[in-house]
Design a protein around this ligand. Sequence first.
Ligand code: TRP
Length: 441
Amino acid sequence: MNARENWGSRFGFIMAAAGSAVGLGNIWRFPYMTGTNGGAAFLLIYLGIIIAFGLSLAMAEMVLGRAAQRSAVGAFRTMGGRRWAVAGYMGIVTGFVILSFYIVVAGWTLAYIVMMARGALGAGQNYGDLFGAFVSSPVEPIAYAGLFMLVTALVVASGIGAGIERWNKVLMPALFALLLILVVRSLTLPGAAKGVEYYLVPDFSEVTAGTFRSAIAQAFFSLSIGMGTMLTYGSYLGKHERLPSAALTVVLIDTTVAVLAGLMILPAVFAYGLNPGEGPGLTFVTLPAVFAAMPFGALFGVLFFTLLAIAALTSAISLLEPMIAYFVDERGVSRARAVWIMSAICFALGIPASLSFGAMAGVKFFGFNWFDLMDFLANTIMLPIGGLLLAIFIGWFWSKPALAALSNQGALHQPWAPVWMFVLRFVAPVGIVWILLSGLF
Ligand code: TRP
């Protein structure tokens, strides 16, 4: 086997990991979750969860990957023995499940860039009908999902330094620039203040157990925790790098982008008197109405959907890489071969996900259509179980080596390390078991 690749720089690692975390979860899902869960109260609960255990789990994944310098399966196996490899294998399955529906929504963002640019979303249309007609058609959305999968595969096939790192170092700064432009535009619209108030002044009267559950699921998905993505990215990091500050930076970037995405979308929605509780359609149905009413709206619309597509691309890359790392590290398959075969399978799984909005809308599995089934399996079951296994493994079976690895074998002074361990041992398992049980019943 040839030598394993590493990130070219600490900055490259941070951009790649932040690129993974910042995705549709931040810009598409977070604002509508906030909109449907009572605004500022949801935001505060979400921030509390990130601080209480999101950061600790992200750090735990990275520490394990870096110590093992192997893919998730190899890392759990070398550090924990044969039986723990199951945790790694589960991550690979989760990758397939998430990618299969992620590329569908990502494909919509590409289609909307084109529609915006062609002026197909001008004033006075029924954006709900337009969206419905597009997603339910049998060919176009599947073609866009395929195009998106192809671009993702091309980046991952080029490897860590020349592919993933190189593209993230360009795309992430571009994403920040676009986001800032759009936040300023949204906040300077007449009437934006009402949206800011909704977003920043909490009303706890609407908060239920379900709010916490949604916030925890959102935190896992947004931080890319629970399937070995951060583990795999950590495995390409040199053992001399200071890991905790890198993990903290990634979490801060992800959280800042989610908060700013809310600040970009909600004030604009309020300024035009639209409904923030629209749900998943907020981005594709409500925002076109906002852009149609705004001066130079088509331009801002193109910028917005480009932002969304970039965020989705850097995340899709990180959903594909863990399974590729497995085939390369553990099975000796060439990177290119692994990428093309796995991408073809993911695309094939994306077809029923896309058709769930059209031809297969009536085909139900346990009461869900295929798309919703995959979403439910991943977010409500597989990611929480993945996070639980990780917390238990590191907290109870590998705590000494984990603490040593975190401090670069004692070279770093970390007075807070016991808090990290306490979170992995108790706070995270209890929180996750609770969300799992309450989600199932
Ligand atoms: N975090 C990404 C988002 O917010 C999605 C994602 C990428 C992900 N890699 C992951 C989610 C690994 C869970 C696990 O859109």
